[in-house]
Ligand binder design. Structure first.
Ligand code: PEP
Ligand code: MN
Length: 338
């Protein structure tokens, strides 16, 4: 349930209503727009009791029930889109933010050269895994803290921000020392302990959709992070499992308009993991930009043939550069900016 206050209601009116709701045993979440204040009520609600208890407040415009199980992530809970600022990088605004870099940090030379190249082409955020969730325990697992240090060095040299995956609640503090954005991987989308742990930090979280997760499950995972206190969640569609085997996953582009209808959170597409083939990454990225995405996360490697992971879906510097110039044109047509 949300309470929509009358236009231009005063702070003391809002406080009066909030304290009554709290008295009834519920938590509240305030969304203060330019003219409208929305008070979200969180908890296992007794609707009749709430309606009766709030009927006598003339400052209230109306009460609106929310059917969906996600509340803080719900579009109705907030009167504006969520915009996440990391210094001069703005996610969820007019800019489509490009995050790019290798699947995994492999060496100093690799990450620094990649950072410089993607920055030159127009990326704002450097990606690179230091903790890798590999299907086989015998595959390269990442450089761990050494990888985080290299990411930091590359970011300092280029001015890029960092997004990197955290896989274990015990590593949140360590990864948080280096990264600007935590990445929660598809395999961990429903690792609730991990979600709660990043939820008590104040860093943005890129939450990837699980490979068999519905939109509702994705939004409930976001709700875990938000209900722990951290409202800076970025949703990421990276392809889902279907019967099709040609592509690594099936990119669900319609997730963009569906999620835009359901939530105020920014949406990012990962065309690399979604397709699994470097030659399909461009088309997928172009489709995403045309459909209103807020950002893209793309794998780029100096020498994809020698990559320790995901080389087959990684772009060379020149291909990435060409793609970004094409994406810039499309973004203009849809009123956005890269
Ligand atoms: C990644 O981005 O490196 C990754 C492992 O992605 P996903 O969790 O989407 O598979
Ligand atoms: Mn990868």
């Amino acid at each position: 349930m949300i309470i929509i206050m009358k236009n231009n209601s005063e702070e003391k009116d809002v406080e009066k209503v909030v304290s009554r709701v709290k008295e009834l045993g519920y938590d509240t979440h305030l969304s203060q727009g330019k003219t409208k204040t929305i008070i979200g009520i969180i908890g296992d609600l007794d609707r009749e009791e709430l309606i009766d208890s709030l009927a006598a407040y003339p400052e209230i415009d109306r009460l609106v029930p929310i059917q969906e199980p996600y509340k803080l992530a719900n579009k109705s809970f907030k009167d504006s889109e969520t915009v996440i600022n990391i210094d001069d990088v703005v996610i969820g605004g007019k800019d489509i933010v490009i995050m790019a870099g290798p699947c995994a940090v492999e060496s100093e030379e690799q990450i620094i050269n990649t950072a410089k190249a993607v920055k030159r082409s127009g990326a704002k955020v450097l990606r690179g895994g230091a903790f890798k969730p590999r299907t086989s325990p015998y595959s390269f697992q990442g450089l761990h803290e050494t990888g985080l240090k290299l990411l930091q060095k590359a970011a300092r040299e280029t001015g890029l921000k960092i997004v990197t995956e955290v896989m274990d609640p015990r590593d949140v503090e360590l990864v948080g020392k280096y990264t600007d954005i935590f990445q929660i991987g598809a395999r961990n989308m429903q690792n609730y302990f991990l979600l709660k742990e990043v939820g008590i930090t104040d860093k943005p979280v890129l939450l990837k959709r699980g490979m068999s997760a519905t939109y509702k499950e994705l939004l409930m995972a976001a709700e875990y992070i938000m209900s722990s206190g951290n409202q800076k969640v970025i949703l990421c569609e990276r392809g889902i499992r279907t019967f099709e085997e040609y592509t690594r996953n099936t990119l669900d582009l319609v997730s963009i308009p569906v999620l835009k209808k359901s939530t105020h959170l920014p949406i990012v597409i990962d065309p690399s993991h979604a397709t699994g083939h470097w030659d399909l990454v461009g088309s997928a990225a172009k489709g995403a930009v045309a459909m209103g995405v807020d950002g893209l996360i793309i794998e780029v490697h100096p020498e994809p043939a020698r990559a320790l992971s995901d080389g087959e879906q990684s772009l060379k510097f020149s291909k990435f550069d060409k793609l970004l110039s094409e994406l810039k044109d499309i973004s203009r047509v849809v009123g956005r900016n890269i």
